[in-house]
Design a protein around this ligand. Sequence first.
Ligand SMILES: C[S@@+](CC[C@H](N)C(=O)[O-])C[C@H]1O[C@@H](n2cnc3c(N)ncnc32)[C@H](O)[C@@H]1O
Length: 260
Amino acid sequence: MEIGKIHNENCLSTMGNMPNNYINFIITSPPYDDIRNYNGYRFEFEKIAKELYRVLKEGGVIIWVVGDSTINGSESGTSFQQALYFKEIGFRLHDTMIYYKNNPMPQTGNRYHQHFEYMFALSKGSPKTFNPITEPTKYKGLANMKNRGQSGSLDYEKVERTKEKKVGNVFFYSIGGGISTKDKAAYNHPAIFPEKLVADQISTWTNEEDLVYDPFMGSGTTAKISHLLNRKWIGSEISQEYVDIANKRLNMYRTNNLFT
Ligand SMILES: C[S@@+](CC[C@H](N)C(=O)[O-])C[C@H]1O[C@@H](n2cnc3c(N)ncnc32)[C@H](O)[C@@H]1O
């Protein structure tokens, strides 16, 4: 199995060449609900879900980033159906996280603006690796009895400390031209991940040298970020046009010796 390569084929073919329990971590955004027409390609969700389970190592995690389209006035619910199907075939629904878009496309009609997509964290058994992102938190309080005053009362010192705490499971990203990535070539693909989202998830669920797979590689975001974070990677992308976009993007890093 050639790694460090985007295989220009249906991801079912790529996974067909992988042994069982091979991949440490999967992050992907599938084509959902025909919202966009990726050059006419379709995907077979149930077959792909079963293959993802087979090739993922015990303790491995998938981050499945999806939303729903609105059909005849109703949201499709495809995202929930997929999450429940993953559970049915053996995955744990470890965490339903939110990818919150700070600046979504404004929408008309009698609904609030659509600000988020789901990021389902699905695991095969209990996740083996969890390197949580943290943020500083300040707390003030009374602590450390210093002495007993003449009155017999207790004197406490006022303290202000900074501690680190895990961030919440809503992840906020700004998106769009020049923000999701600085790589201009990537914008020839219609639906790219913000690079920061991929970096946050890869660093949470993997360690260096782990093997990352993206079955719907699109413009190559997962490949680029995996490499920059010293993870091995494999990708599948069915469209030759998008593989060319991704390789063009990745070549910029190869020539700068950031990418080999
Ligand atoms: C939402 S896009 C992924 C974008 C990617 N996350 C990025 O940052 O550029 C989904 C991609 O899946 C590809 N695709 C659709 N069906 C596929 C299949 N069966 N196997 C592999 N790729 C497929 C489409 O061509 C499209 O580029």
